[in-house]
Design a protein around this ligand. Structure first.
Ligand SMILES: Nc1nc2c(ncn2[C@@H]2O[C@H](COP(=O)(O)OP(=O)(O)OP(=O)(O)O)[C@@H](O)[C@H]2O)c(=O)[nH]1
Ligand SMILES: [Mg+2]
Length: 199
């Protein structure tokens, strides 16, 4: 049997690599500026499972448009061609700026990259991904709650979807235990071993 993937997706700088470090304990590279993870990076996780740290999907100022388009195309192509091999996707977003960014895009009639990407993942994988709503330490609780509500509404709401969304901070560690348990439980339900136990 070929190995399956646990993939972490999200926009540049959302905190994908930080969450992998804190939750999984892998020594992946993180960086202050977007565009730190440049390649689709695979790490053996446990028997039959490979963890994948994706480069950020979307635009950054750090590379040319051509290189970023190329990277985005590779990300989509990886997800589409490996859809059958993806055991679980965890989408990471910066919830602290979600409403502000979404509003800015709405003015240009552009849908949120995160919302769009989550729909794409749901369609490709046949199930709603786990979502790490990261950087909760970067705004006050009221703002985070309002952003979470708006985000949840945009991705579809309903209790099933709500149970897949985890407010976390890779910086303070807040909420990471719940995310870790959910990753463990989803993988265990599909018959995979994980190197960590749920809390
Ligand atoms: N305040 C705060 N900063 C965070 C949090 N999570 C990550 N960061 C910071 O955000 C920046 C980007 O983190 P990365 O983990 O490299 O983000 P990434 O999504 O892997 O980025 P790319 O690989 O460039 O796509 C770093 O400076 C992190 O320290 C968080 O929960 N709170
Ligand atoms: Mg990264």
């Amino acid at each position: 049997m070929s190995e399956k993937y646990l993939v972490f997706t999200g926009r540049p700088n959302a905190g994908k690599s930080s969450i992998i470090r804190e939750v999984i304990g892998l020594n992946v590279r993180i960086g202050k500026k977007p565009g730190t993870t440049r390649r689709i990076s695979e790490y053996p996780l446990s028997k039959g499972l490979i963890l994948v740290d994706m480069p950020g999907y979307g635009r950054t100022m750090r590379t040319t448009k051509r290189l970023q388009d190329e990277s985005n195309r590779r990300t989509l192509s990886f997800l589409e061609s490996n859809a059958q091999r993806i055991a679980l996707a965890v989408h990471v977003l910066d919830i602290s700026t979600f409403s502000e960014v979404t509003r800015r895009l709405e003015k240009k009639n552009i849908i949120s990259v995160d919302v769009d990407f989550i729909h794409l993942l749901t369609k490709a994988l046949g199930e709603f991904p786990l979502v790490a709503a990261n950087k909760t330490d970067k705004a006050d609780k009221e703002e985070i709650d309002a952003n979470l509500e708006e985000f949840t509404q945009q991705v579809g709401s309903g209790s099933l979807i709500e149970s897949c969304i985890f407010p976390v901070s890779a910086k303070t560690g807040d909420g990471l235990g719940y995310l870790k348990s959910a990753i463990h439980e989803r993988l265990a339900a599909k018959g995979y071993r994980t190197p960590f136990k749920s809390h």
